[in-house]
Design a binder for this molecule. Structure first.
Ligand SMILES: Cc1ncc(COP(=O)(O)O)c(C=O)c1O
Length: 614
């Protein structure tokens, strides 16, 4: 069962802390997320907002470099450690520009998988820091890679298939003296585990088989380019949840490295393990997703490669990693307001008893008035059964709409009253079953398709919690509904994996904000504009030494006009048609037309998220 702290001790990595009932950044001055949002509200920001925290990007970079430095020191490892950030994980400038700046002291580089990503890397990468290029390449992309080398970048083009190598050999003959380094992606037998494990294994989309590797070495020798072959690469999948498959893959890759060096590839110096370092997304102990720490990962990688290099009598390879999720996930939090609770209308004042009510309504009212902790479970079961009976009576014509409404209200009132009374008195499974049955639906101002696409596509869980009221026990088992017109836009209460409890609130009277955490990796770039809900407003929150925080790069979500423009609509035409239709309407007078035209202008230039309900 989710604890009162929403599992922050499991997924939070000490980045957040609860103080005075609010989620705060766990830094010296502990600013609360709610205060940050209030500051944004003063700048007229409404709707969902994505907060970026550069101090959390820095923390992840430092952790990776310091753990590998420590592991290498402890093992007296003679190779070097390098890392590149894979742009595919999040290419937004609000993230990338901060990352490049923060990575400068470490010579942290970038990985690209397409022409736009490579050009981005060539423009922004810290000079001298490595660039690696993975993915399928045409002659043009290879040319761009050569241009990067001609600019002076330390770039490695990783070959996914022999035809790419042939294209590189051809390009090398056509171009100038500087040349990129060449990496070979090896197709390993070993695979990862978990939902993102398809990148490894003998049937994977990428990499050279042993036969192709031998052929590649021969081709490189013939072209006099063997000295440019410096790296082998593999990637067994993202979010590797167990360390064991990585160790198997490393053993395989380490042996391939040694064999290739023995074949004369004496400039082969590095093994690139790709990405895959996992993030703990779970809010409950029973469904934790990762069985290792970064410390263990670094120790295992260094130890294994040292052992293989020593036993095969080859130089200890430089270690390269391309972890993206681990670097980016924690830096972003989506904050979205609850717009409505679906049972909000079920209040006592809405009851409308008649002089004579059906017996079952009287019975429900009795249950409501007399429920207490000793009978809560029994009364709750009775109430749910009575609701079924009322619906049957209604269908048969023995109860009218007023009776039905009274029944619905009373059952919901009994549910609300019973949940705190049940406490932990009963068998957990019983309670969770009941809570599953009586879950409240919270309508939240965000698009799941835009902001949590991996939940939609893969049911990947992301931590969710309210930003305040954390000193009060939440009483409602909750499912989250987004604002798209799509029934897939729902995060259901799940007694095992998502036992989410929220507070009973009146959304028309108080702002109740939910935080969706660990959304900084993949979610922004994979997000879909379903229903034309686009990337939400974003803000970068920079912490100052004096304890204050500063909001930088406030970027409002696109206006309706810009969204339609992006879809290649003719904006002038749309505005013209809308204006004409008002001008020609004989349903409103001239003064009203002027007013409506002004309103239309504002709506078209505002963002598309909801402001409030009702
Ligand atoms: C070749 C390569 N390197 C690195 C990564 C980044 O992986 P992760 O974000 O899991 O660290 C990926 C993503 O799947 C990849 O395909």
């Amino acid at each position: 069962m989710l604890d009162k702290k929403y599992g922050i001790g499991i997924w939070g990595d000490s980045n957040f802390i609860i103080e005075d009932g609010e989620v705060c950044l766990n830094t010296d001055f502990k600013p609360s997320l709610l205060d940050i949002v209030k500051q944004l509200r003063k700048e007229d920001v409404r709707g969902p907002v994505l907060l970026r925290f550069p101090h959390l990007i820095k923390k992840q970079i430092v952790e990776i470099y310091s753990n590998f430095a420590r592991a290498m020191r402890e093992s007296e490892y003679s190779g070097n450690f390098s890392a590149v950030y894979p742009l595919k994980v999040n290419q937004y400038p609000g993230f990338v520009k901060n990352l490049v700046e923060l990575g400068k002291p470490f010579n942290y580089g970038l990985e690209a998988g397409s022409k736009p990503e490579l050009l981005l890397a060539m423009a922004y990468n810290n000079f001298g820091a490595p660039i690696t290029v993975n993915g399928f390449k045409d002659k043009e992309l290879i040319n761009i890679g050569f241009i990067a080398a001609e600019m002076g970048h330390d770039i490695t083009l990783t070959i996914e298939g022999l035809s790419e190598l042939e294209a590189i050999i051809e390009t090398a003959k056509e171009r100038f003296t500087p040349k990129p380094n060449i990496g070979l992606r090896v197709r390993l037998h070993s695979t990862g585990s978990g939902i993102w494990q398809k990148s490894g294994g003998i049937n994977s989309k990428f990499g050279l088989t042993s036969t192709e590797l031998i052929e590649a070495i021969n081709l490189l020798k013939e072209a006099n380019l063997l000295d440019k072959f410096t790296m082998i690469h593999f990637h067994i999948g993202s979010q590797i949840n167990e360390i064991h498959p990585l160790k198997k893959a490393l053993t395989e890759a380490g042996n391939i490295y040694a064999e290739l060096r023995k074949m004369g590839a004496t400039n082969l110096k590095a093994i690139n393990l790709g990405g895959g370092l996992a993030v703990e997304y779970s809010q409950v102990k029973d469904s934790m997703q990762r069985n290792y720490t970064l410390r263990e990962y670094a120790n295992d990688v260094v130890f294994l490669l040292k052992t293989i290099a020593n036993s095969k009598d080859v130089v200890e390879p430089d270690i390269f990693i391309e972890s993206g999720r681990y670097i980016a996930a924690s830096h972003a939090v989506l904050v979205a307001p609850v717009l409505e609770l679906f049972s909000q209308e079920y209040t006592e004042t809405k009851l409308n008893f008649k002089a004579t009510n059906p017996h079952i309504i009287d019975e429900l009212y009795y249950l409501y008035q007399n429920i207490k902790s000793s009978n809560a479970l029994e009364y709750l079961h009775d109430a749910i059964a009575h609701m079924d009976s009322i619906l049957t009576l209604f269908d048969l014509g023995y109860a009218d709409l007023t009776d039905r409404s009274n029944g619905e209200i009373l059952v919901h009132l009994i549910i609300k009253k019973s949940i705190p009374l049940l406490g932990n008195k009963y068998n957990l499974t019983d309670i969770l079953d009941i809570q599953n049955e009586v879950q409240e639906r919270y309508l939240v101002n965000f698009s799941l398709f835009q902001s949590l696409p991996d939940f939609w596509g893969l049911k990947q869980h992301f931590p969710i919690m309210p930003l305040n009221r954390l000193d009060e026990i939440p009483t409602r088992s909750a499912s989250i509904w987004d604002i798209t017109c799509d029934s897939d836009g729902e995060i259901e209460f799940d007694p095992k994996t998502n036992p989410l409890f929220l507070h009973d609130i009146d959304a028309s009277k108080e702002e109740y904000l939910l935080g969706f955490f660990l959304v900084g990796a993949y979610q922004e770039v994979l997000g879909m504009d379903h229903n034309l809900f686009v990337h939400p407003t974003e803000a970068t929150v920079v912490l100052k030494d004096d304890g204050s925080f500063e909001i930088q790069n406030l970027l409002e979500s696109q206006s309706v006009i810009d969204i339609l423009d992006d879809m290649d609509y003719d904006i002038d035409e749309i505005q013209y048609i809308l204006n004409q239709r008002i001008e020609k309407s004989d349903l409103v007078d001239e003064k009203q037309k002027k007013h409506i035209l002004g309103e239309l202008y504002l709506f078209l230039n505002d963002n598309g998220y909801l402001k409030s309900i009702g």
